[in-house]
Design a protein around this ligand. Structure first.
Ligand SMILES: CC(C)(COP(=O)(O)OP(=O)(O)OC[C@H]1O[C@@H](n2cnc3c(N)ncnc32)[C@H](O)[C@@H]1OP(=O)(O)O)[C@@H](O)C(=O)NCCC(=O)NCCS
Length: 287
């Protein structure tokens, strides 16, 4: 993949995931919607970041000059991560996906661990399971946050660049590899919350709508404090969505119950050579 392929890969990704959402969406869930221009722009920036840090992990399948599939992946310390992966609807099921996954995995050939977020597409699930990944069903927490349920949270502050070593230590402790250069990218897009106390430390990157989209902590208590602080910044009239909660993170389910959020199941956390990280909420593509 080169920078010139990014717009075509984004359009393909948007079409493939929208088509998948239409096929798999659950009753009671908000109707699937096409990707917004803001989300598309974030996809571009994230993929350009990966092309800078991991050019050898990013591939497209090309048919007569047309992008028909892509896979982006990264290595961080001894971990290989599949960031995003899709084949154009209409040419799926012809072996293009398996070939792309193989070349992307070659980028992680020295890695002991692997991690990816699997969609609910049975073809994706088959490809990951046959590549040696164990599948852990993920939960999605969703709903409007009633202000009267918010507890008083102490010892959580805004993070700074000076916290990077702490963030990397927490990542190594929970998921076995630091985010390293990804902090640069995450910090430009998201608010950083940090707690650093003798009893427990942790961090969370939080979207402008109050969803923690990466969270790592040394204790359940620190993780819970960070999640509440993030939820305090939600708009009470807008639902918040916290995705990628794996079963070992029951502290997040306890919090969802206290905040009266709905709990849905959505896709799988696929892991190779490692246990489920906890207390940890993985990023959708940088994990
Ligand atoms: C997942 C995806 C990238 C795979 O690409 P693809 O080109 O369709 O995949 P391939 O044809 O190489 O392989 C599909 C595999 O699933 C199998 N398969 C096909 N239909 C299946 C079904 N209904 N259930 C289970 N397995 C199925 C195929 O037999 C093949 O396995 P095999 O090689 O062992 O025979 C593509 O289907 C896609 O873009 N899906 C929507 C987006 C998505 O979910 N992306 C993954 C994000 S984690």
């Amino acid at each position: 993949m080169t920078a010139a392929d990014v717009p075509a890969a984004e359009r393909l990704s948007s079409a493939a995931f929208y088509e998948l959402d239409l096929r798999t969406f659950q009753r009671g869930w908000p109707d699937p919607s096409p990707r917004s221009p803001e989300r598309a722009a974030r996809w571009h920036r994230r993929t350009e970041h990966l092309l800078r840090t991991d050019p050898g992990g990013c591939w497209v399948a090309d048919a007569d000059g047309v992008v028909v599939g892509f896979a982006t992946s990264l290595t961080r310390e001894l971990m290989w991560i599949l960031a995003s992966y899709a084949v154009r609807p209409g040419v799926q099921d012809r072996g293009i996906g398996r070939a792309l996954l193989e070349v992307a995995q070659h980028h992680g050939r020295g890695c002991l661990r692997g991690m990816l977020n699997a969609s609910a597409d049975p073809r994706a699930v088959r490809l990951y399971a046959t590549a040696g990944f164990r599948l852990h069903p993920q939960l999605l927490l969703w709903g409007r946050v009633d202000r009267s349920l918010l507890p008083v949270v102490e010892h959580v502050r805004e993070g700074t660049d000076g916290d990077r070593d702490l963030l990397d230590s927490l990542d190594r402790r929970t998921r076995g590899a630091a985010h390293g250069p990804d902090h640069e990218h995450l910090a430009t897009e998201l608010r950083l919350l940090v707690t650093d106390r003798p009893a427990g430390s942790g961090y969370a990157y939080v979207t402008p709508s109050g969803a923690p989209i990466v969270l790592a902590a040394s204790s359940r208590r620190a993780a819970t404090a960070l999640m509440w602080e993030a939820l305090a910044s939600t708009d009470p009239d807008e639902p918040v969505e916290i995705a990628h909660v794996s079963p070992a993170n029951d502290w997040a389910v306890d919090l969802a119950m206290a905040a009266r959020l709905d709990v849905w199941s959505s896709g799988f956390l696929a892991l190779r050579g490692m246990k489920e990280p906890t207390p940890y909420i993985p990023h959708g593509s940088l994990l």
